[in-house]
Design a binder for this molecule. Structure first.
Ligand SMILES: CC(C)(COP(=O)(O)OP(=O)(O)OC[C@H]1O[C@@H](n2cnc3c(N)ncnc32)[C@H](O)[C@@H]1OP(=O)(O)O)[C@@H](O)C(=O)NCCC(=O)NCCS
Length: 179
């Protein structure tokens, strides 16, 4: 299994991975929502505002994690949000997701990112350093349907003290259906 920063030429393959993984775990409507979201992200987000990391086995895409920039204009820290990520059903439960995120979070650190956020299941994301945070620690860009899923971690030695001001996310994530 190799961990890589993913080439833009694999766009279709990445969108298909998200569509099929979420269709299998959560049904066709969620598969379409996330597949379309990923297509939009890969087509519209500037390279400087996005990191796409993948786990590959030979030519086979086993998993992908997408981080995009969040902006807190009154705070000096650089913030990225992980959303979404998927490990293909045939590769799940074997540590691929955790290895992929450890690789991605280290790459973010090397690029000067100070804070990582995500929105999901604490039982999985706590394995790679995320903890539940309140909306006052990191004001979300849209209102949260599931506030227990709002997670964050500092990527430096500085504690995760509250990020200042209102936030914005990339346009592709600016959709209430995702939050
Ligand atoms: C969630 C997901 C990314 C995890 O990747 P993975 O490679 O299967 O996970 P790993 O094998 O690295 O780690 C799984 C560990 O987390 C635990 N875990 C807790 N909650 C979990 C959850 N909701 N999903 C998967 N694992 C979970 C497992 O018990 C396991 O623990 P262990 O290592 O002590 O045995 C993957 O299962 C997936 O793509 N699922 C469908 C889509 C999805 O839910 N994406 C995330 C939301 S954006």
């Amino acid at each position: 299994m190799d961990l890589i920063t993913t080439d833009a030429q694999r766009k279709n393959e990445i969108a298909d991975l998200f569509r099929s993984t979420f269709t299998e775990s959560e049904g066709v409507a969620e598969g379409d929502l996330i597949g379309n979201l990923v297509e939009r992200m890969l087509a519209t987000v500037d390279a400087a505002d996005m990191f796409v990391f993948s786990a590959v086995e030979g030519d086979d895409l086993a998993g992908t994690a997408i981080f995009t920039r969040m902006t807190y204009p009154e705070d000096e820290r650089m913030v990225f949000i992980l959303s979404p990520m998927a490990v293909a059903p045939g590769h799940q439960g074997r540590g691929v997701g955790q290895k992929l995120l450890t690789f991605g979070l280290n790459a973010l650190r090397r690029n000067g990112v100070g804070v990582a956020l995500t929105y999901g299941d604490i039982n999985f994301y706590s394995k790679v350093g995320f903890r539940q945070i309140s909306e006052s620690v990191a004001p979300p860009p849209l209102s949260l349907g599931y506030p227990e899923g709002w997670l964050g971690q500092s990527l430096t030695s500085r504690p995760l003290d509250p990020l200042k001001g209102a936030s914005t996310c990339v346009d592709a994530l600016n959709d209430p259906a995702i939050w």
